[in-house]
Write a protein that binds this ligand. Sequence first.
Ligand code: 3HC
Ligand code: NAI
Length: 694
Amino acid sequence: MSDVVAYELKGRIAVITINNPPVNALSHGVRKGMQDAFARLNSDAGADAAVLVGGGRTFIAGADIREFGKPMQPPGLHEVLDAMEASKKPIVAAIHGTALGGGLEVALTCHWRVAVASAQVGLPEVKLGLLPGAGGTQRLPRLVGPKMAADLITTGNFAGAKQALAAGVVDEIVGDLVGGAVAFAEKVVKEKRPLRKVSELTDKVSNIDPKFFPEYRATLSKKVRGFLAPMHCLAAVEAACTLPFAEGMKRERALFQELHDHPQRMAQIHIFFAEREAGKIPDVGSDVKPKEIKSAAVIGAGTMGGGIAMNFANVGIPVKILELEQAPLDKGLGVVRKNYETSVARGSTTQATIDKALSLISGTTSYDEIGQADIVVEAVFENMDIKKQVFAKLDQVMKPGAILASNTSTLDIDAIASATKRPEAVIGTHFFSPANVMKLLENVRGKDSSKETIATVMELGKKIRKVPVLAGNCFGFIGNRMLHGYTREAAELLLEGAMPWDVDRVIYNFGLPMGPFAMGDLAGIDVGWRVRQGRGGPPEKHYRIADRLYELGRYGQKTGAGYYKYEGRNATPDPVVQKLVEDTSAEFGITRRKIDDEEILYRCMLPLVNVGAQILDEGIAIRSSDIDVTYVYGYGFPSYRGGPMFWAEQMGLDKVLAMIRKYEQEHGSRWKPAPLLQRLVDQKKGWAAASKAA
Ligand code: 3HC
Ligand code: NAI
């Protein structure tokens, strides 16, 4: 036997255990070990059947993702699965933890499956830009029918053991994993049950309503705009309903290969690993233990405060929201309640779940009531004087050891910390709007933030089901600092010849949920105007159009007009804006020109990359992939493009630099290339060479 696959007899049942920590991925050694183990089963006179189980915390989490794109070392997974299904002796999968991707495909090839009640199953390949490529798209529909199979395979969602039992994916729920599975196998042997091969089932994939797949496809294509994998997943499930098993397997293979070789797969796997890397902070080792967060407080019940509080309550952490006056407190709590009710109405959660969450959220107007919280997150107005006052007060009332966090989106964390006598406990926890929905948590370390404080907010991010990234302290940190150049160029394009809807169309087609002007209308033209007033300084030319919209009372969606005209949320281009844009160009003496889509795209996107390179060089981001994670989870950058830095590297940093140089010649110093970009191109290296994690 190989090191990673153990074979032992319990009575007359062979227990085959996979030991490939941390998640028993189907690496080469596992495949080889399984092949040997099933060959041994069939020649072992002492064994009547086998139980296949994962050692450690889980069953099998799927193929070894690190092996994609590299030459496959035989045996391949198909070969192992063919041998398993052809086994003359029954094989029972014993599932705990998660059976995912290739892991569930292994289980589906076993003749029966048992699971403990806490187990989960799923085919999440779609999230990696792939489809289940080892029979999952052919076997799952044969067990559960095309609807549930398509739902699971096109979303990558998991099903719990109970749901899996009801659907027939699992045959029995057991208390004791190995003991229960061995007893199940003994029963199968005793009853001389014929081997149950999922590949031979036909009931659930016959006589499918001819409208099912066309209708499913139409709905899905809207939901997954831009992503290739979900549509391929559906095509493979359809093949299970129209082709014999062997032919369906060939179709699955061909579709899998197309996805495997596609840049979207590379981008999505980049994000999978980037997300996990982002949690690793070079100077905060595993010896630094995060503090336990059992209670929380939030200051400010506005747009962000309410959403932040919901994150705590959703994972069972009681949270108090503080406002100085009762009226804004009641208003904020009302918005929280309404958000939860909308989720119930939409069917995305249950009344019981929200009742529990709401029971954990309370309001107060007194600082005396929050002092015992383990963490406090400040979300008051974006104004340094107010933030300093709040932190001075927190310093007085919070118990020793509490974390004092700020949700500021741009301001200096060190200046905020200077209002306290415990700067080591102060840190930025920058949530994104809507805070209860957006996955990113951009934590910002100040110069004095302690390692324990950093470890605590990184761990907290995972606990509240966010993707935490750690940024250094500078104006706008990673995300908003980069965004400035993007919105600036979009505005410049209007002066030079584009219309807001031209720019928005290009950005939307690139894959972002909306372009910069639709975004401006959503966030509020007045909000941007107020920020500019607060910052002072001479007016910048490119904000002239936004200022004029403000002067006209066109604040965006909330006033029914901004860059667009609105009916509800439906935006239409407005001739008034067209004239306003043209007049503003004339005011500056600019002769408008036709701007093509390619220029719009690069003018908006390359500043992200250039500033990204700058902040990577400064150490504000630890690694370029942290920037990608920030943009994918905080700004809706399409994961199938891997984030702005990955996208740039795929294009070629030399090509990126050449374009930036060209724009520098045309538009001046705002396009000055980041020194790091120039250095990497000179050295023919990629972003990895600039990582601060090495
Ligand atoms: N291959 C290689 N490494 C994997 C892996 C996999 N399938 N799944 C997880 N890992 C690694 C992670 O990168 C991480 O490594 P690190 O410690 O060096 O950073 C480590 O295992 C632990 O992973 P997590 O931090 O994610 O641990 P969690 O406990 O939070 O989550 C999990 C565990 C739910 C299994 C999660 O890791 C996961 O979702 N994994 C991916 C599952 C998946 O997508 N499977 C399908 C693979 S493709 C496939 O099977 C193709 C087939 O159809 C042919
Ligand atoms: P908001 O204006 O909606 O809410 C601020 C709330 O704080 C108000 O309810 C106000 O009454 C309260 N408040 C003001 N001073 C207070 C004080 N001294 N004590 C207690 N409560 C006080 O503002 P919003 O949008 O929620 O922003 C809050 C913070 O979050 C800001 O720092 C902002 O930059 C940041 N942020 C905002 C995002 C957004 O999209 N709105 C996104 C990410 C961060």
